[in-house]
Design a binder for this molecule. Structure first.
Ligand code: SAH
Ligand code: DHB
Ligand code: MG
Length: 222
């Protein structure tokens, strides 16, 4: 596909030549353990990294760690006093991510927590967690509406919420597709539309991982 080749061209020119080998290393560890190949692309990881730099976020929450590839991109944008908490329900994914984060020497910045995000998020609210400046939602798609609700409780005016996989090869607008992985995304958009504190857009993406999209929302004071 042209867009895969374009991804590779840009990644080679702007990204991978300048970053160290750790990204390659952690992806090969993910492959060794047969983790699904569904992490963000290098260009998308760098985009998340730049968003964190732009917003000068200090506290980042990620929902869906997998092997820690997106985690690493985001954590590398944080300063020494930054903190990233990433939630993952699959023990093997969590274990591989732990090794990857240790390898990248980011274990003082990154905390990986094993468990169902649908349970951990309410616990964070209950425990009066400090708000997060940046939240990346990228786990099971049917839970997206729930993740958005809890993200709002864990954010403050100015916080940014990004959600991956909101287009799904265009299935978003195929109303015959009532798969919960797709209807969850529609419900997620409905929630944003009805939420006065959220100012949002979505960008369709093409690249190595096919056709999908990122939703991006800023929390405003209302
Ligand atoms: N953000 C990663 C990709 C995440 S893939 C990256 O781009 O590198 C989605 C991950 O969400 C999978 O590892 C899956 O095990 C995890 N997941 C699915 N349901 C979950 C849940 N209820 N709570 C926490 N993690 C979940
Ligand atoms: C899936 C999940 C993702 O986070 C992703 O980026 C691509 C696919 C999935 O569960 O199919
Ligand atoms: Mg994703």
């Amino acid at each position: 596909m042209t867009w895969s080749n374009v991804d590779q061209y840009i990644a080679k020119k702007l990204i991978l030549s300048k970053e160290n080998d750790i990204f390659k290393k952690i992806l090969s560890r993910c492959q060794e353990h047969n983790l699904p190949d569904i992490q963000v692309t290098a260009l998308q990881g760098k985009f998340l990294h730049l968003l964190i730099q732009l917003t000068q976020a200090k506290r980042v929450l990620e929902i869906g760690t997998l092997g820690g590839y997106s985690t690493l991109w985001m954590a590398k944008a944080l300063s020494k006093d930054g903190y990233l908490l990433s939630l993952e329900s699959h023990p093997l994914h969590h274990q591989v991510a732990n090794k990857n984060i240790l390898d990248a020497r980011l274990d003082t910045t990154v905390e990986l927590r094993l468990g169902n995000a649908n349970e951990i998020l309410p616990q964070l609210v209950e425990q009066k967690s400090q708000p997060f400046d940046f939240i990346f939602i990228d786990a099971d798609k049917p839970s997206n509406p729930n993740y958005l609700k809890w993200s709002l409780k864990l954010s403050k005016p100015g916080s940014v919420i990004v959600c991956d996989n909101v287009v799904r090869n265009g299935e978003l607008i195929n109303m015959n597709n009532q798969n919960p992985g797709v209807s969850g995304i529609r419900d997620f958009f409905d929630l944003i539309a009805d939420e006065p504190s959220l100012n949002a857009t979505a960008l369709q993406t093409v690249g190595e991982k096919g056709y999908d999209g990122f939703a991006i929302a800023v929390v405003n004071s209302v």
